[in-house]
Design a protein around this ligand. Structure first.
Ligand SMILES: O=C(O)CCC(=O)C(=O)O
Length: 270
């Protein structure tokens, strides 16, 4: 006799969450990390900061690589392990398909009072992924509010898959040095990404977003985990646009499915 019991194996986004992502380029799903996992990540963040005294805490790239990389950051395997967290991968799968590569992980920890600004930008401008496709899971480790420099985005700015024009700004008040040339977006349309610790947002590679400096007395930390579909190729010969990333030795991990592109190298940098 057939069992009528339904076994829930996948923690999918709802249809309306997928719709919001497709329409706006960003969604905050109805999902929260269990407290023990959040605490573990918060502790790993403290250790990450202690291990990298010479690095601005907004610039902790490759935070998941458990050695000092040529990007100058000593990361932690806690973040690597977390990047494979089933519930998050299930949601990412709904957006980019079931062949998923982890290719980056950036801790954006904006200290209180002097946190740097993230200029308006599109991620795709920086990244060596062809065809260009990525979903970022931004995991709040602190409260993220307009007061402490929450991310802001321009809804639907991803939709035309257009690259807006960026210019280079190497001033040390910025976390990233590629900024959108003024006049291309209507900033009055911007929406803040307000999150409690343990909530996440998911955003598209073409979305225009950024975040103001943290002028409050509350730290604002978030872990941006970068996933790409394995139908695309991570091309290490394309040089990084910013001053901090170096893709030439960047390790990548196939977390689900298979390498449909047939070209990705999972040995380099490991
Ligand atoms: O954390 C921020 O304020 C900016 C994050 C960001 O630009 C990104 O995840 O692509």
């Amino acid at each position: 006799m057939k069992s009528t019991k339904q076994i829930k194996t996948k923690n999918s986004l709802t249809l309306s969450e997928v719709e919001t992502y497709r329409e706006e380029g960003l969604v905050i799903p109805k999902f929260r990390l269990p407290t023990n996992i959040l605490t573990n990540l918060q502790n790993a963040l403290e250790e990450l900061i202690r291990n990298n005294p010479g690095v601005r805490p907004e610039k902790l790239i490759s935070a998941h690589v458990d050695k000092t990389t040529n990007e100058g950051v000593k990361g932690s395997s806690t973040f690597l392990q977390f990047a494979g967290y089933k519930e998050i991968l299930d949601m990412v799968e709904d957006l980019i398909g079931s062949d998923i590569i982890l290719w980056g992980c950036h801790m954006f920890c904006k200290t209180s009072g002097d946190g740097l600004e993230v200029p308006w930008h599109q991620d795709g401008h920086y990244w060596p992924i062809r065809p260009l496709a990525t979903c970022t899971a931004w995991v709040a480790l602190d409260f993220s509010t307009p007061e402490n420099g929450a991310m802001r985005y321009i809804p639907a700015s991803h939709k035309s898959h257009t690259h807006f024009t960026h210019y280079t700004d190497n001033s040390n008040r910025l976390v990233l040095n590629q900024a959108l040339m003024p006049g291309q977006i209507d900033e009055s349309l911007a929406k803040p990404v307000i999150l409690e610790p343990g909530q996440i947002s998911l955003h598209d590679v073409y979305l225009v977003h950024g975040s103001p400096a943290n002028r409050s007395d509350q730290r604002r930390a978030g872990l941006a985990i970068r996933y790409m579909p394995a139908t695309s190729y991570f091309d290490r010969e394309i040089p990084a646009m910013d001053q901090i990333a170096d893709f030439s030795k960047r390790p990548i991990w196939l977390l689900r499915g298979s390498d449909r592109s047939g070209r990705n190298d999972f040995q380099i940098g490991h």
